[in-house]
Design a protein around this ligand. Structure first.
Ligand SMILES: Cc1ncc(COP(=O)(O)O)c(C=O)c1O
Length: 407
């Protein structure tokens, strides 16, 4: 292991974050534009920012708050969950980002050596969260090749045949990296399979508002289900995580159901140990911003999401040189999933080539467990900039298909 000898094997053996590699690529390529990172192009609501500006001088926002979150925010979120998500028995904990919520949960529920389930293409950060906490038996299931929906038949068989039963199954709805949503009957079936096997289900609802073409996002509730949400995309709060403050999210756990009452109650208590040792509490000023953003309401978010449909069209057109059937997903979230011509299994190479020769950057599918693909994000640029990036992408793909990776 050489110079790695002093480092934890858990971390050394964790994948390198693809986002860090892509940020380096963008810095190294001249004037490259990004269709890579999963971000939106808007900032938080003006009204909410104005209220928070006035709070900056208040001593209370510089103190620690309750570990589980500001009581007013938790109350507002509980109401929102009832009204919008039909989650009536869930409690809320506020964390510094959905990624932190995920790590908190894995630390609380899994031991090193446990097995867990994901579906390819998977969300790379969730995969890394398992690896870096010592959960290395990651069973990666297939998705339907046509729809990219998680394969529930495979799940049923795998949970029956794996002993001990995997601790949890993780899905993202709608998906990162594919943008595919999980229709309610399928989500229900996945949930029933998990419940019957005695396994938990994590549902990451980060993109709950990002649904297109009249499709609707839905949530399920149950002792065995944990729902994760995020303010980062919907309310444009992503950089509040990096800039001193944290974007806020919540993790939810059913409290009063009869199947596992003591264990479920235990979950709340155990989660606080992890929370108290990582952020203690999510930044109070960010929690206030989240609270005031919630007051502005989901219509504010939906208004912005509606306009992303144009970006999606522009990017689909740019991907057309790849040929019919090579673009999938995009019913939700901010992503399209593209298949490269068969010989380009080394998608990192294609991504580097597109960045340096054509000035446009995407995420290679191999970071999501599927070599030979690209994840293209259409949320981060305003329409005109998106069009300019898409022109570069189209020219690049035309050249790739006709002439290969010419230098
Ligand atoms: C599915 C999914 N979950 C979680 C996150 C991270 O969210 P947060 O900024 O709230 O940590 C992202 C960000 O891209 C995501 O796509």
């Amino acid at each position: 292991m050489g110079s790695f000898g002093m480092l934890a094997r858990r971390v050394v053996e964790t994948e390198m974050p693809v986002i860090v590699q892509i940020q380096q690529l963008i810095r190294g390529a001249k004037n490259a534009v990004s269709l890579a990172q999963g971000v939106v192009h808007w900032k938080p609501p003006e009204q909410a920012l104005d209220k928070v500006k006035k709070l900056v001088e208040e001593p209370s926002v510089s103190c620690y708050g309750a570990d589980e979150g500001l009581p007013e925010l938790r109350e507002a979120l509980t109401r929102k969950l009832r009204q919008e998500n039909n989650l009536n028995k869930s409690s809320v904990m506020v964390t510094a980002g959905a990624n932190q919520a995920f790590v908190n949960l894995v630390l609380t529920l899994c031991d090193a050596g446990d097995s867990v389930v994901m579906f390819a293409p998977y969300y790379f950060n969730a995969y890394m969260s398992f690896q870096m906490t010592g959960v290395t038996k990651i069973l990666v299931g297939p998705s339907n090749p046509e729809t990219l929906y998680p394969d529930a038949d495979w799940l049923e068989k795998t949970l029956l045949e794996t002993n001990p039963v995997p601790k949890l199954v993780s899905v993202v709805n709608p998906g990162n990296p594919s943008g595919t949503y999980i229709p309610e009957p399928l989500l229900k079936r996945i949930s029933d399979i998990c419940k019957n096997a005695g396994c938990r289900l994590f549902v990451d609802n980060t993109y709950e508002y990002f649904m297109y073409d009249g499709l609707e996002h839905s949530c399920l509730e149950g002792d065995h289900i944990v729902n994760i949400f995020s303010f980062s995309k919907a309310y444009g709060m992503a950089s509040w995580i990096c800039n001193l403050f944290s974007a806020l999210n919540m993790i939810l756990y059913g409290l009063m159901q009869i199947a596992y009452p003591t264990e479920v109650e235990g979950l709340a208590t155990q989660l606080l140990k992890v929370q108290d040792n990582i952020p203690i509490c999510a930044s109070l000023i960010s929690q206030r911003l989240a609270l005031h953003s919630l007051e502005v309401g989901p219509e504010w978010v939906q208004e912005r999401v509606k306009d992303l449909v144009k970006n999606r069209e522009i990017v689909i057109e740019a991907l057309s040189p790849l040929g019919e059937g090579s673009v999938q997903g995009g019913e939700g979230a901010i992503y399209l999933w593209a298949t490269l011509p068969g010989k380009y299994t080394d998608d990192f190479k294609v991504v580097h080539w597109l960045a340096h020769r054509h000035g446009v950057v995407m995420i290679p599918g191999s970071a999501c467990g599927c070599p030979g693909h690209l994840r293209v994000s259409f949320g981060g640029l305003m329409e005109n900039d998106c069009r300019a990036a898409a022109d570069r992408l189209k020219r690049g793909l035309e050249e790739l298909v006709k002439h290969g990776l010419v230098q």
